[in-house]
Design a protein around this ligand. Structure first.
Ligand code: G6P
Ligand code: MG
Length: 225
């Protein structure tokens, strides 16, 4: 692993890292799962974290053995329905919904002259950042529409490093999803996972929750490793 002093930038996932929209994605997908007859489980919810909209739908259909039952048009409709419900759920977001410690962490990164980029595959990310009052906190946002492949492919984290004009080995990627951690690792960056250590076991650095993520704690973990 690189040393802490080599790090110059941070690439952030959004859902489940900066704000708890993961629960809203899960609520909206659960409705779709019930509609198509796939049993909704916490494992399925975890597997969908970080996965783009259409791939998530494919995974839900497959989990219940329904993958051949819907035409492309019907799949588009199901995905639109999910997004409609999701967009309604996130209307209530305010700056108070930034996860504990994350605003302080982002501010400390600015004070210490790190670069920041957003690496979310969510097409709703710009609206969410606006609601949280964080639009100006990032050097740049990787446009998910421009990606060939979503997480766990490394493309999005490679692009995040480019947005910051940094080599990947100078970047820490911050994630709550296993697919995202794989993406960061394959991009050649240092992965910081927030959440269940069993699920995020591939991460270079693991924190149980957002509150624990501070520059000092990262430095200590990187030095101890
Ligand atoms: C994030 C979330 C996923 C979601 C994806 C696409 O990665 O973790 O759960 O499916 O974004 O979000 P969107 O807002 O474009 O449907
Ligand atoms: Mg996430």
């Amino acid at each position: 692993m690189v040393t802490f002093s080599e790090i110059s930038g941070f690439a952030f996932d959004l859902d489940g890292v900066i704000t708890d929209t993961a629960k809203f994605h899960a609520m909206a997908w659960q409705q779709v799962a019930e509609q198509v007859g796939t049993k909704w489980t916490s494992q399925l919810a975890d597997n969908l974290k970080g996965i783009d909209r259409m791939t998530s739908l494919e995974m839900i259909l497959k989990a219940g053995g329904h993958e051949t039952e819907y035409s492309d048009t019907e799949k588009e409709q199901l995905a639109d329905e999910k997004n409609h419900n999701y967009v309604n759920l996130i209307k209530t977001l305010t700056p108070d919904d930034i996860l504990p410690g994350m605003l302080d962490f982002i501010q400390s990164l600015h004070q210490n002259h790190y670069k920041l980029a957003l690496a979310s595959v969510s097409r709703n990310a710009p609206v969410i950042l606006e609601r949280l009052g964080l639009t100006d906190s990032f050097e740049g946002i990787v446009d998910p529409a421009s990606l060939k492949l979503g997480k766990p492919d490394p493309e999005i984290y490679i692009r995040a490093a480019e947005v910051m004009h940094l080599d990947p080995d100078k970047v820490i990627g911050v994630e709550d999803a296993a697919a995202g951690v794989t993406s960061i690792n394959k991009a050649g960056e240092t992965s910081l996972g927030i959440g269940d250590a069993k699920i995020l076991h591939e991460a270079n650095l693991i924190f149980a929750n957002t509150k624990e993520v501070t520059l000092q704690a990262i430095k200590e973990k990187m030095t101890a490793n």
